[in-house]
Design a binder for this molecule. Structure first.
Ligand code: PRP
Length: 218
């Protein structure tokens, strides 16, 4: 029996994903050791392997079949635009992709003016401004602390994730438009879905049951 391999987005999401997998009887003792430098973890009994990767790389591993299943945020899935099947909404890691900035920048949206947009998500930003607002903009790619950009005059607005809204609030910025609601998703390699359909469908079914149970308990 070959291993079914999971790629998990490093960080909070991986912990939540392992918790949900645990609720359906999928676990990995090796992974619980917080000090380990190991990169890949195995549950021989279940024929499963797990690895943690940078969120942006998870869709890449899954598209190429280096992982059969990935768990990653919809933000990353949309940004990376990889060929994969999205099979479940885990209903955790909920937040929103937004255009944000000072309130005074709201009138610039859809105005036809050439504005600068700072973001970690250039593809999502491009798609929103070009295809939804029909506005040509200059996209400036940043790698973190995006909220700084309008404060120091790098851009008029930003496209970024808003969870609690406190980063925006504490920096005098506001949500100007909501682009899309986000949450963690399970994705599957397109070939694995056919070649390992029985085992993968059992995992998808198990995950959907966990999601339903959790929703009913809310
Ligand atoms: C994310 C996002 C916002 C913040 C939103 O940043 O880019 O900055 O969280 O959360 P809030 O609405 O609850 O304040 P992250 O902490 O991942 O770091 P980064 O800014 O370095 O990307």
């Amino acid at each position: 029996m070959r291993y079914i391999t999971f790629a998990l987005a490093k960080g909070r999401l991986a912990n939540k994903a392992m918790e949900m997998l645990g609720e359906m009887g999928i676990f990995c003792e090796e992974m619980k050791d917080k000090d380990t430098r190991k990169l890949i973890f195995v549950n021989e009994e279940l024929g499963l392997r797990f690895f943690l990767a940078k969120a942006n790389d998870v869709p890449t591993y899954v598209e190429y079949g280096a992982a059969d299943i990935g768990i990653v945020g919809l933000d990353t899935i949309l940004e990376e635009g990889r060929k994969l099947y999205e099979v479940a909404d885990l209903n955790v890691g909920k937040c929103r992709m937004c255009v944000a900035g000072p309130l005074s920048a709201k009138e610039l949206l859809g105005s036809g003016k050439l504005i600068r947009v700072a973001t970690k998500y250039p593809n999502i930003a491009k798609d929103y401004f070009y295809n939804q607002l029909h506005q040509t903009v200059e996209i400036i790619k940043l790698n973190g602390s995006i909220e700084l950009a309008p404060i120091v005059g790098l851009s008029e607005v930003i496209v970024d994730i808003v969870e609690t809204g406190s980063t925006l609030r504490e920096n005098g910025l506001e949500v100007l438009e909501e682009i899309v609601p986000l949450s963690a998703r399970m994705v599957v390699n397109q070939v694995s879905m056919k070649m390992e359909s029985e085992r993968i469908n059992a995992i998808i079914k198990g995950m959907r049951e966990v999601i339903e149970k959790r929703n009913a308990a809310k």
